[in-house]
Design a protein around this ligand. Structure first.
Ligand code: FES
Ligand SMILES: [Fe+2]
Length: 463
């Protein structure tokens, strides 16, 4: 039986508060009920979404429930280690079959209400009280669990409720290839946490759609440059399908992204810089990132860099030596780090995967975000953060588990950098309601990824 997601309420083609130009975003897109309902009807049921990391379901019978608005999807590891996804609703009277995540006992999905059961592949295995049903109510094709499309890439399972959606590889082009080049597929969870924010999911994620808030929001990252810190260092590419790439213009083989000054400004390495000063600055920038978020730069990277202090011969560039040492370390430790190359320009940059997934790669690590509506409230979202790293081959960790849900200002559980980012989001959401405010005004280039995302969103909403 065909799955249908259509519950049309708004005539096709009509998008309330539509984008009129790329420089302004109407504020209602962040709180209006009709707009939120249209996202529920035309965006979420049709778009590929990162549903879980594959290390959440390492073994046959493992499952994860992925909730998006009023829909719940089960992602289930199969006996042959492939992955299937099912709508999480009993074929008898609709009860949700599984909640959260875990291992299905005896390889069976069982309804908690009257005990009907299904095999991991969704075929019916037990119909308690079947003698009480008319034969037409027990058609095997109709009592089997209804499948949702699922594909895997980048260490994640992705679902799409639209049976006619294009394949995942096509939908994720070109950003999947860019992430392949930084070894994203080899990365596993270092830690994983979440917070609930009183803000629309787009308000929250747009705090990560540009880097020029660094000057005011993360002053420590400017290394004392203050307002002299240039807002326009990264190179932004907004792709037609809503995805975006931010990459450094600076030569990453020199760890250049941390240099904090635009290429060609003539002062990348000031003449009076001693080698020691360059080393101190490089290590300090890495230390700030490690201490500030324990992601992108991890302690093991910092140790490699620290070990080089005072050991780089005069006249040699410290950053170049540090990055070479990192590759050397990875080789020795059996860490399958992506080889040096063009992909390194993404270090310190970011990939945005429409509609709500981010990867910020650095060395053999990455920071990753997923943001989605929480409950049925347009002004509430669930914000998950993963710190990923590449483990030595054979010592990858076991099942990945959410460390917990923590308040966005909880200094015991969030580093300084995410707390700084989170601190603006709820204030922005409230400010959007100000009687003085009509629409956001966006910087033409630096904030292009925001309007690009909204334009793709409108294409979905227009049906
Ligand atoms: S509702 Fe699931 S078996 Fe009855
Ligand atoms: Fe930030």
């Amino acid at each position: 039986m065909a799955i249908t997601n259509e519950r049309p309420t708004t005539a096709p083609g009509r998008v309330p508060f539509a984008m009129q130009d790329p420089l302004h975003v109407p504020r209602e897109r962040y709180y209006d009920r009709e707009f939120f309902e249209l996202e529920k009807e035309r965006l979420w049921p049709r778009v590929w979404q990162m549903a879980c990391r594959l290390e959440e379901i390492p073994d046959p019978g493992d499952f994860v429930e992925y909730e998006i608005c009023d829909q719940s999807i089960l992602i289930v590891r199969q006996l042959d280690h492939s992955v299937k996804a099912f709508y999480n609703a009993c074929r008898h009277r609709g009860v949700e079959l599984c909640k959260g995540s875990g291992r299905l006992p005896h390889g069976q999905i069982q309804c908690p209400f009257h005990g009907w059961r299904w095999n991991l592949d969704g075929t019916s295995s037990f119909l308690y009280g079947k003698e009480g049903f008319a034969p037409e109510c027990l058609d095997p094709a109709d009592v089997r669990l209804q499948e949702c499309r699922v594909e895997t890439w980048g260490g994640c399972a992705w679902i799409n409720m639209d049976p006619n959606a294009r394949p995942l590889a096509e939908a994720l082009s070109p950003v999947a290839a860019l992430l392949d080049a930084v070894g994203f597929g080899n990365m596993r969870v270092w830690w994983w946490k979440e917070t609930i924010l009183r803000a629309n999911w787009k308000t929250a994620q747009e705090a990560f759609h540009e880097g020029w808030h660094v000057m005011r929001t993360h002053p420590q990252l400017t290394m004392g440059q203050g307002e002299a810190y240039p807002p326009g260092i990264p190179e932004y590419t907004a792709f037609e399908n809503g995805h975006a790439r931010f990459q450094s213009r600076v030569d990453a083989s020199r760890g250049g992204v941390f240099r904090g000054r635009p290429e060609g400004s003539g002062d990348e390495v000031a003449v009076e810089d001693t080698e020691d000063r360059a080393a101190d600055e490089f290590i300090e920038r890495n230390r700030i990132l490690w201490e500030g978020q324990d992601a992108m730069v991890l302690e093991r990277d910092l140790r490699v860099f620290e070990g080089l202090r005072h050991r780089v011969p005069p006249g040699e560039d410290f950053a170049t030596a540090a990055i070479a040492a990192l590759f050397e370390y990875a080789r020795g430790a059996g860490i399958p780090m992506a080889p040096p190359g063009e992909g390194m320009r993404l270090w310190g940059g970011e990939i945005f995967v429409f509609p709500n997934f981010f990867v910020l790669p650095m060395y053999a690590n990455a920071l990753s975000y997923r943001i989605r509506p929480y409950g049925d409230d347009p002004e509430c979202c669930r914000f998950e953060v993963w710190s990923l790293t590449t483990y030595p081959e054979g010592s990858e960790p076991g099942r990945a588990r959410l460390a917990g849900r923590f308040a966005h200002d909880d200094a015991d559980h969030w580093g300084l950098i995410p707390r700084q980012d989170f601190s603006n989001i709820e204030r922005q959401q409230r400010g959007l309601h100000s009687r003085s405010f009509r629409s956001m005004r966006l910087a033409t280039e630096w904030e292009r990824a925001i309007s690009n995302m909204h334009e793709e969103l409108d294409r979905y909403l227009a049906g």
